[in-house]
Each structure stands twice: as C-alpha cells, then as structure tokens.
Write a protein that binds this ligand. Structure first.
Ligand code: SF4
Length: 404
C-alpha cells in the first residue's frame, strides 16, 4: 500500500468490495495511517491532510498529550465494537444501552467524545445537559441499520397503519436505539418507547400493557426474536417492506398481526448463518453457541443462547475454565473476549472476520484532530439534536431507562 490518497477508481472498487458478502475490506484490523486504510475513500475527508500520514505511535502520543491537557473537561465513551486502537482511550465502555447510561451520568464535564456511531452520539446529546458538547470523531460513522429506517418512510407507514386500524387496536411504536433521534421523538410523541438489545422484551411488555399491537423498527430480527421469545408465533408477525405500497401488506394482514416489523437489519449480524453453527458443532463436540439477537431468527433458534453484547460478555467471562464458545457478534469484541479468557476457547462463528464497517470509521487520526481542535478552543464534529426532538426523544428514552 502507498500513502497517497485513493483515486476515484479505488473508490469504485472499494465500494464494490463493501457489497460483496464474502470479502471484507477491513479484514486487516491493525491501525495504519489513515491515508493507508483501504476504506478511507468512502469516509469523511475534511480532516486536515497533516493527519493523514501520522503513524499509530505519533497519533497515540498526541492523543494522550491532548487528554492530559484537557483533563476533567473531557470524557471519552467507547463502544465494544471499536477497534483496540480506539477502545483503549475510553473512560467508559459498553454497548449502546450502557453507554447511554454513562452519557446520562456526565454532569461535571464539558465534552463527551463518543467513539461509537451517529445515533449513539445523538442519544448522548439528548441525555446530557445543554452545557455538555457531544462530539463524534468522524461524522461519517453512521449505522447501516439506522439508515434503513428513513424517518419520512416510517411516518408515512405509521399514517397508513393507523388509517386502516384506527385507534381501536392501540398500536404502540417501539424504536430500537439504533435509529435517528427524530424516530425516538416520534415514539415519544406516540406513547411508544425506545429499546436496546438488553431490554427489548421489557419494552414489548410495556407496549402490550398499553395496546394490542407493536410497530417495531428498524431491526426486524431483534423484533422477531423478542416477540417469539414472548410466545408470539411467527404468523402473528408481518413485515412492512420498505418502498412497497402499503408495505406489501393487506388490511387483513395488519388486522391479524400482533407485531408489525420494519424491514431493516444489521449488515454485521446478518452475516451469521445456521451453516456456520453446524460447522462449529461438527468441529467442537462441546461448543456453546451464543449469538446477538440482531442475527436472523433461524440463527438464534440454532444457537444455545442469545443476548445483548453485555450479556455475551458476562456469559463468557463467567463460564467454566476449559469451555468452548462460538460467538455470533462483531469481531473486535470477540477478539477482546478471547484475549480476556485465555483458559477458554473463544472464537467468532464467521470465518471472514468483518467488523462493523461504520464503527470502523473511527480512526485514531480523527480522535487526535478533534481533541487538538478542542485544545485550540475549536469545537468540531459536535452532534446537536434540536430542542423539540430532544424533548420528545427524552421522554421515550426515560421510559426505557425507568424499566431497568
Ligand atoms: S453492528 Fe450493525 S447495528 Fe451496530 S452500528 Fe454496526 S451496522 Fe449498526
């Protein structure tokens, strides 16, 4: 690889690579200077050129120096799916739910640097006071699942559903944390609630205490797996297909459904398959399979257990020495879990090790850029949710936080 900027042809080739399910342009997980990272071409490029060629060591020195200079004015939050070179700077780590709790607890700081993706930084901005600025190192770190639920599409689906069902059935909207702030506000305004993979079943109970039906977005798999675990059969669930008139459903479908699922998914967790589980079982007689509930229903059914990122971590950490774990979730997390449990055999079910490509957009160069700008009195990459959206979202998030 060279240190020159990628060309337009590189860009086309790399974007094609991203759509190929059998390869992964981020298989090389060790951080290199930003300009050498193969997927950089598709990311935010406003970063000053001087940061592009800095080595990992130089960046590490400059980030640590900035942190010392900023002191208590700065708190860094890091999601479990971040690469090691970013994760190591976090004051607090967690999945999206735990990080939301950490964000809400930040009262005495000026800046929260959120090493996660955009929807998480929005939630942090909603949960912190207006004196705290929430910054995302790279504004292009989005979430492919969140992008599958465009607010305008969800609003029009909701209008069509209510048009058919009226108020008699009391449909309650639930949005997964992995969604735009405007969707969180929408559920807040419509008696709904936000959920994470840690508390999805509690939010379904919350909804069924208040209505007969649930409209769940954006992750169809989390919605289906949660409802199924609660005893709702697959034929009581319908899928609202994006871009189809009336979601591809009929009035009859809607009237008979208990759960209306949005057609969204996580590109990282959708890679796991029942074939991979069968392969792991054929290789290791006593393997325990645990997967994230963003995996498809058949994968969750073929696994021994499923749970949020935090549940996977706790389960493996507390497992007996010598046990074998095949895991269906993001590779950076699985690698750290394997390192932390050398007395157990811990491996990722997916042989093509592909991290969450949007989390991967947080490179140490962006952290150095944002922190050094703060030192110079310049706030960059601040995530700001407008007041009205903030108020309604807060209501939906508080309903969720009160469940735990
Ligand atoms: S792992 Fe999936 S749901 Fe999570 S941020 Fe990445 S794309 Fe989004």
């Amino acid at each position: 690889m060279t240190s020159s900027m990628p060309t337009t042809k590189d860009s086309t080739d790399l974007l094609a690579l991203y759509t190929d399910p059998d390869t992964c342009p981020t298989d090389q997980l060790e951080a290199v200077p930003l300009a050498e990272e193969s997927a950089f071409v598709a990311w935010q490029q406003e970063i000053p050129r001087s940061y592009l060629s800095l080595s990992t060591e130089e960046l590490d020195f400059r980030i640590r120096r900035s942190r010392l200079r900023l002191g208590d004015r700065l708190v860094i939050l890091g999601h479990h799916y971040q690469r090691d070179e970013v994760f190591k700077y976090a004051d607090y780590t967690g999945d999206s739910f735990k990080l939301a709790q950490h964000a809400a607890a930040q009262k005495d700081t000026e800046f929260v640097l959120f090493c996660g993706v955009h929807f998480m930084a929005e939630s942090a901005d909603i949960l912190t006071s207006s004196d705290v600025a929430v910054l995302l190192p790279n504004m292009a770190a989005g979430c492919s699942m969140a992008d599958m639920a465009r607010p305008a599409d969800v609003f029009s689906a909701w209008a069509e559903i209510n048009n058919v069902l009226g108020n008699q059935h009391g449909t309650i909207p639930i949005t997964y944390m992995n969604s735009a702030a405007s969707l969180k506000a929408f559920v807040g305004e419509n008696n709904g609630i936000v959920c994470t993979s840690s508390n999805a079943s509690q939010t379904f109970e919350y909804a069924f205490d208040r209505g007969e039906k649930v409209f769940f977005f954006p992750d169809q798999h989390l919605g289906r797996n949660t409802a199924f675990d609660m005893g709702i059969s697959l034929d009581e669930m319908v899928l609202w297909k994006r871009g189809k008139p009336f979601g591809g459903l009929t009035r009859d479908d809607l009237e008979h459904a208990k759960v209306i699922l949005w057609e969204g998914h996580c590109s990282t967790h959708q890679r796991f398959s029942t074939e991979q589980i069968a392969e792991a079982r054929s290789k290791y007689e006593n393997v325990n399979i645990i997967v994230h509930p963003e995996c498809s229903w058949d994968v969750v059914q073929a696994a021994d257990s499923n749970g949020s990122t935090e549940k996977i971590i706790t389960t493996v950490n507390e497992a007996p020495s010598g046990s074998v774990w095949g895991i269906g979730t993001e590779i950076n997390l699985v690698r750290r879990l394997a390192d932390a449990n050398p007395d157990k055999d811990v491996f990722c079910l997916d042989p093509v090790v592909c991290p969450c490509s949007t989390m991967y957009r947080i490179h140490p160069a962006y952290i150095a850029w944002v922190l050094e700008s703060l030192e110079q009195g310049k706030i960059i990459n601040q995530v700001i949710v407008d007041q009205k959206t903030r108020d309604w979202s807060m209501l939906a998030l508080e309903r969720m936080l009160q469940l735990n």
